[in-house]
Design a protein around this ligand. Structure first.
Ligand code: SAM
Length: 393
């Protein structure tokens, strides 16, 4: 049985609106009369409209979606699609479960919105190639994080090919911090924690990991936030139409390589840094802005290659523990004072953290990963656990 068949067996049972109404099997809903189905759906819809669930974004995008073409991947019981269609959007519902789509079709008909809707069953990712026309928005609310990265990437790349230049990629996902909080389980186990026993998969995301899935499409981040009490992440990206989405696979493979830089030469600047089994352990001097240490990433830059077409950037994914204070990570040129992108600041926390530092452009290529103390009169201290350099979009 392939993964989507296993997943289909789970997702015949879909969220029943808000966080308080549990789940419901679409096959059971299909047995109800029209009146019963509509009443039940309206109750579920009502409970999901609370401000910290669907409320805020259904307001935010309401006017912007009027007259727009939206394709939703993993539409469940259609709460978002029906809301936006009532306000003028045109919507294509797609899902891996036929009964979910059948339920939505009945509900759309009952709302008198049939002329604005279309449907596509995803038996396998390539089914999305059958989508007709071009779209202003891809809407993925809590669906793609339930598939392994490579399957989600395949679906994403097909959907990207149907997005108009400047179109938007909008996605709800479970954030990295939630995964850490819940014990960093394997993705094949995590779904049981997030969505119940029968859930075969849940994978954490953050904006950088979504961008990796969309690579090589170039994107601009419009929104990147958490909501729902820290349970949900939300990303809204504008996708650059000139991004070379149709690169041959070999070129994509070359551009998506990454290099571990944690073992490369490390220089101590102010404070102390010592290599230990868990990674370099550092204690900064207590003066704010003092450079603490730098890793010479020249060798990794050479290995990945400087073949970075115009709109690409360099990025470094960092995992670390920070017990006290606050630090900033920056990619610099040969001279430590020449920052090549925005400094990424992290405050101390009791759990593992991750951030990505990037350059603004392709050149000059970075030479150092620099960390400095950014806390007032505090000797910030912690351990760098991993550091991986790559080309970014
Ligand atoms: C948590 S529900 C969310 C439903 C809906 N988007 C909402 O906001 O209520 C997940 C939905 O995604 C669908 N799904 C799961 N894996 C998928 C995949 N790989 N591709 C497309 N849809 C998928 C499921 O069938 C289900 O309808």
């Amino acid at each position: 049985m392939d993964f989507l068949d296993v997943s289909r067996e789970k997702w015949r049972e879909v969220p029943a609106g808000g966080d308080v109404m549990g789940r419901v099997f679409s096959s059971d809903l299909l047995k109800a009369s029209d009146a019963e189905l509509l009443t039940h759906w309206q109750r579920m819809d009502e409970s999901g409209r609370v401000p910290d669930h669907r409320g805020w974004y259904q307001v935010l995008y309401c006017e912007a979606f009027a007259g727009r073409q939206v394709v939703e991947v993993g539409s469940g019981l259609g709460f978002d699609g029906i809301h936006f269609m009532r306000n003028g959007a045109k919507w294509v519902f797609t899902d891996i479960v036929k009964d979910n789509l059948e339920t939505v079709r009945r509900l759309v008909d009952l709302h008198g919105l049939s002329a604005q809707a279309d449907y596509l069953w995803i038996d396998k990712p390539e089914a999305l190639l059958a989508l007709q026309g071009e779209f202003d928005v891809v809407w993925a609310n809590g669906s793609l994080h339930h598939a392994p990265f490579e399957i989600a990437r395949l679906e994403s790349q097909i959907l990207l090919g149907r997005l108009k230049p400047g179109g938007r990629w909008i996605e709800l996902f479970y954030p990295y911090e939630r995964w850490v909080r819940q014990g960093r389980p394997d993705f094949s186990e995590w779904g049981k924690v997030t969505d119940g026993e029968r859930t075969p998969w849940a994978e954490w995301y953050d904006v950088e990991r979504i961008k990796r899935r969309l690579f090589p499409a170039a994107t601009v981040t419009i929104l990147d936030l958490q909501f729902g009490g820290g349970q949900y992440g939300w990303v809204d990206l504008a996708v650059d139409g000139t991004g070379s989405v149709a690169l041959p696979p070999a070129a994509v493979e070359k551009l998506t390589r990454s290099a571990d830089v944690i073992g490369l030469p490390l220089v101590s600047l102010h404070g102390t840094v010592q290599r230990q089994a868990g990674g370099p352990a550092f204690r900064c001097s207590s003066r704010i802005w003092d450079y603490s240490w730098a890793i010479d990433i020249g060798e990794a830059v050479g290995k990945i290659g400087e073949d970075t077409a115009s709109n690409r950037k360099w990025a470094i994914d960092l995992e670390f523990e920070l017990g006290s204070g606050a630090v900033g990570f920056i990619l610099t040129a040969e001279n430590h004072d020449e920052f090549l992108g925005r400094e990424v600041v992290a405050d101390a926390r009791p759990t593992l953290q991750r951030v990505t530092a990037s350059t603004y452009g392709a050149s000059p290529p970075p030479r150092w990963l620099l960390m400095r103390n950014v806390a007032h009169e505090t000797a910030s201290s912690g351990t760098l656990v991993s550091a991986s350099l790559r080309i970014s979009n």
